[in-house]
Design a binder for this molecule. Structure first.
Ligand code: ZN
Length: 316
């Protein structure tokens, strides 16, 4: 069995998958356990929560933790490298970060992940959740066969995974692709991101910021636009202009061939959003955008479940 760990700001999920399964389709999960992400106690509380969930999952299928072949971890970022081990510095988990919302209940600025998991489990592969999703989309989804591609999630936040010349980009701390925290417009000064930036892409268009910024959530905004509300339609168009600029900037910088789009905001409204994003993207420099393919994520809402598995698919 292989263990797949998905760490988010609100929940941690652990699944076990049969090691023998491989091929064109992702293997079914043998067991899946989920808990709210722990945010109190000692600084290693999250790592201990992951290990406890792994033990629970192993017990359900009657195996020992020591018999796991490999463990893949798809985690929200950003990461910091401390003594060559990945630690998580996410503002929704670490209460001591500048951009953290108040009341998380801890003063952590970064929390150990790789070192304690490696000590307990041996081989562990950890990647940012959007990077892991990119690997999964390249293996099973809409990015199959593409060596120059990106996965973009438009959800509570905005995240990106990147692949150029067949190489998945990671960067000095494993944070390549945090383009949700870049600036593509003169942003609304009232839009504050969890990272502390004002007016970055995530603070302008992510599902988590819409209610605060424009007074309605993504679902009600899209429904109103679909129903012919001109003001809502203009607001959706503005969101697509901003996402379109981000997609263009990625394409111009990296010479991308294909982009897979996922995340709840996009997937729940892809019929409305995909053509608008295509129009936005192709407004810009044709020499760079011609032939670029925008696709809805092939794994759809299962991307998160299979992201961690994709990291350890070739491990035996
Ligand atoms: Zn940000």
């Amino acid at each position: 069995m292989k263990a797949c760990v998905d760490i988010g700001g609100t929940k941690v999920a652990v699944s076990l998958v049969d090691d023998a399964s491989s091929g064109d389709l992702p293997a079914p999960m043998a067991v899946r356990v989920v808990e709210p992400t722990v945010k109190t106690g000692e600084v290693d509380a999250l790592a201990r929560q992951v290990l406890a969930l792994i033990d629970t999952a192993c017990a359900r299928v009657g195996i020992e933790r020591s018999s796991l072949v490999a463990t893949g971890v798809s985690s929200c970022g950003p990461f910091v490298l401390i003594d060559d081990g990945i630690e998580v510095a996410n503002p929704n988990i670490c209460g001591g970060l500048a951009g953290s919302p108040r009341g998380i209940g801890n003063a952590w600025t970064h929390i150990p992940l790789e070192a304690p998991l490696r000590a307990a489990l041996g081989r562990v592969r950890i990647a940012n959740d959007a990077v892991a999703a990119l690997v999964a989309e390249r293996r099973w989804g809409a990015l199959k066969g593409s060596d120059n591609c990106a996965y973009v999630t438009w959800s509570t936040g905005v995240g990106v995974g990147l692949c150029v010349d067949g190489r998945v980009l990671r960067g000095k701390n494993g944070n390549a692709g945090h383009a949700g925290h870049s600036f593509v417009v003169d942003g609304d000064p009232a839009a504050v991101c969890g990272c502390g930036n004002r007016g970055d892409v995530e603070s302008m268009i992510a599902g988590g910021s819409l209610e605060h910024r424009i007074g309605r959530d993504a679902a009600s905004l899209m429904a109103a636009a679909a129903g012919g509300d001109a003001q809502a339609d203009a607001a959706v168009q503005r969101l697509c202009e901003i996402m379109g600029r981000l997609l263009y900037n990625l394409t111009a910088t990296l010479d991308l061939q294909r982009i897979s789009l996922g995340g709840s905001v996009f997937l729940n409204h892809s019929t409305m959003l995909l053509p608008r994003l295509e129009r936005e993207l192709h407004r810009y420099f044709p020499a760079l955008t011609h032939g670029l393919e925008l696709r809805a994520a092939g794994l759809a809402d299962k991307v998160g479940d299979y992201a961690a598995l994709a990291l350890v698919c070739d491990d035996r």
